[in-house]
Write a protein that binds this ligand. Structure first.
Ligand SMILES: NC(=O)c1ccc[n+]([C@@H]2O[C@H](COP(=O)([O-])OP(=O)(O)OC[C@H]3O[C@@H](n4cnc5c(N)ncnc54)[C@H](O)[C@@H]3O)[C@@H](O)[C@H]2O)c1
Length: 260
């Protein structure tokens, strides 16, 4: 950062951020943003090729990053990720829980397997990330966690029943864990994006649904992943975000503000 005032407020020099789901479209953009603000970034996920491509983008831009694999549907895998991040980086100051999956169908056709997969990855994986990394941060002087909700944390969306339930629960979990860890200097917030075309929602954003979303979005467009970086830096940075915990911050072109 060129401006020292902004660097003091938002800069992440000397800190380590683990971005679970940094292999994805939004997680990759957040990882690049954190790297650009000076953090050493652990890009974590299941897709090594995408993870390493994200690492390369951060390093090419002058930052520091490495890839570590993790499967958030396995508690032990998240424990191993923390251990590996500590071994490679010596410390972990920030965690972004950005792994996620989606599934769409009519309610009566929603299969148990799909329901369980979405809840396991979106909710239980986020819970394990908070519990495992949060306990470490609490025991080592504090830190900051950012969970990824959605506009459907606030309003249920049609055809994505498990997804809507999982993201509403992510905000409830965020608030509850924020209270739990506040005495130990660990802040926990949720970033709730509107609609950003990515892998997990490509099949869901058909023409009809896109038209409906646009009609309910005052800015009448999809978001660009980079448009999530400013709010991410605010919520994660020690100084700019120092009194923010338990918050759910919507970056959605006005979708959740819209009422007919
Ligand atoms: N794109 C949007 O419009 C939007 C809106 C609101 C919230 N979100 C949320 O943002 C997050 C990122 O999604 P995205 O849109 O970038 O989608 P994406 O599909 O590009 O990224 C999701 C990432 O999660 C990873 N992942 C899935 N299962 C995993 C597992 N078991 N272990 C580890 N990693 C796993 C995937 O490999 C992928 O890299 C998700 O939580 C999603 O629900 C997205």
């Amino acid at each position: 950062m060129a401006n020292s005032y902004l660097e003091d407020l938002f800069g992440l020099q000397g800190q380590v951020a683990v971005v679970i789901g940094g292999t994805g479209v939004l997680g990759g953009a957040l990882a690049e943003g954190l790297g650009g603000a000076g953090a050493k970034v652990v890009v974590a996920g299941g897709n090594q090729q995408r993870g390493k491509a994200c690492v390369k983008r951060i390093v090419d831009a002058g930052g520091q990053a490495l890839f570590l694999s993790v499967d958030v549907s396995q508690r032990q895998s998240i424990e191993e990720l923390l251990a590996a991040a500590l071994k490679q980086c010596g410390q972990v100051d920030m965690l972004v829980n950005c792994a996620g999956v989606n599934s769409a169908s009519s309610y009566v056709d929603a299969s148990d397997a799909d329901w369980q997969r979405v809840i396991d990855i979106n909710l239980t994986g986020t819970h394990w990330g908070c519990q495992i990394f949060g306990a470490h941060m609490a025991a080592h002087g504090g830190g900051s966690i950012l969970n990824i909700g959605s506009v459907t944390s606030h309003l249920p969306l049609s055809r994505v029943f498990a997804y809507s339930a999982s993201k509403a629960a992510v905000v409830s979990l965020t608030q509850n864990v924020a209270r739990e860890f506040a005495p130990d200097g660990v802040r926990v917030n949720a970033l709730c994006p509107g609609f950003f075309p990515a892998e997990q929602n490509r099949a869901i954003l058909d023409e009809t649904r896109t038209a409906s979303i646009m009609s309910q979005t005052p800015m009448a467009r999809f978001g660009e992943p980079e448009e999530l970086i400013g709010a991410t830096l605010l919520l994660l940075s020690k100084k700019a975000g120092s009194f923010i915990t338990g918050a759910a911050y919507y970056v959605d072109g006005g979708f959740t503000a819209m009422r007919f």
